[in-house]
Design a protein around this ligand. Structure first.
Ligand SMILES: [Zn+2]
Length: 323
């Protein structure tokens, strides 16, 4: 039996799975990366997390053939260079080489949502479709595009960067420097900023002050859910606005590249799918030119935290396992 590992490096935590050659998960491990964004410090935690997952799998590091790693950044997959990870403050890093050196085995690095979409495509409900687009909503918004069963990365490795599709010209300022990006409206940061704006402009109040007093700096999907359940108008409006923006983005994807299905994932959508899904379906019906837009398959991720790490591991099975 051959074994592989998949690592998901996020902005606040790292998650690792070890799988066998059939894709069965032997072990999972999760570690926080803290607030120090120093690269060596964080990569040491990534290695520690990987070693703990291997040890929990009752195999040795020598048994692991190759490791896939997902990072929150566009990646030049040919040269294995991490291009720009704003949440970590890292730019132009030869991440593949550094990790191969640390783990002493072949490593393949790619964008996290590319690999999450690939995970859902391979192991989730989207496996019956050949052309799918994944949209993951968390702190930001990421995308992944699979055509004919293969990840499409594009000439500049930005084929999945749907978070920076401009859906409102002159709209809200985005961290990337443009205005009106999908992410600036629909991501968690966009949701928080919208609530803040309404408080400043109209002197309104939000129940988030009681539910999550530190909400302006960081708010979890579950706190947003609680605020919605307690009928907090500002939160409901901001989340509905996010859902409409995701619906517009889905329609744009359906109209321009004609995929068979859309997969929606990430903490925000998974926790709040009962709000997102009806609004997204309605927006697709209104804006999509596809025949039968009302029946277009929109699938909610079912792999949860495993999606990205599992996709990373399976990508190296495809690269190294079939040689
Ligand atoms: Zn942007």
């Amino acid at each position: 039996m051959t074994y592989y590992a998949g690592i998901d490096l996020g902005g606040t935590k790292t998650y690792c799975v070890v799988i066998d050659e059939k894709g069965n998960i032997l072990a999972r491990e999760k570690m926080k990366i803290g607030t120090d964004k120093n690269m060596n410090h964080i990569l040491d935690i990534v290695v520690e997390c990987y070693k703990a997952a291997v040890s929990r799998s009752n195999i040795t590091e020598d048994d692991v053939s190759a490791v896939g790693m997902a990072v929150p950044s566009a990646v030049n997959t040919e040269k294995q260079i991490l291009l720009n990870a704003p949440n970590l403050g890292w730019k132009n890093i030869k991440i593949g080489e550094i990790m191969a050196d640390k783990l002493k085995k072949p490593v393949f690095v790619d964008n996290d949502v590319n690999l999450g979409t690939f995970g859902e495509y391979t192991f989730g409900k989207a496996k019956e479709y050949k052309n799918v687009y994944g949209i993951f909503v968390g702190t930001g918004v990421g995308g992944g595009y699979i055509h004919g069963g293969q990840l499409v990365r594009g000439a500049s490795f930005t084929a999945g960067e749907i978070g920076h599709m401009i859906i409102k010209q002159g709209g809200t300022m985005c961290n990337c420097g443009n205005q009106g990006c999908l992410e600036a409206i629909a991501g968690k940061v966009g949701i928080i900023k919208h609530i803040e704006r309404k408080i400043e402009e109209k002197g309104k109040t939000t129940k988030l002050d009681e539910i999550a007093p530190n909400w302006r700096n960081s708010v979890g999907a579950s706190a947003l859910h609680k605020a919605i359940k307690s009928k907090d108008k500002l939160t409901i409006k901001a989340v509905e606005r996010s859902a409409e923006a995701i619906g517009v983005a889905c329609s744009n994807v359906i109209n321009t590249i004609g995929v068979d299905a859309i997969i929606l994932g990430g903490g925000i959508i998974e926790e709040l799918s009962d709000i997102y899904l009806p609004i997204i379906r309605l927006t697709i019906q209104e804006c999509s030119m596809a025949n039968g837009g009302s029946n277009f398959p929109v699938i909610i991720s079912e792999l949860g935290d495993d999606a990205v790490a599992l996709g990373a591991a399976w990508q190296v099975v495809e690269i190294y396992g079939k040689k």
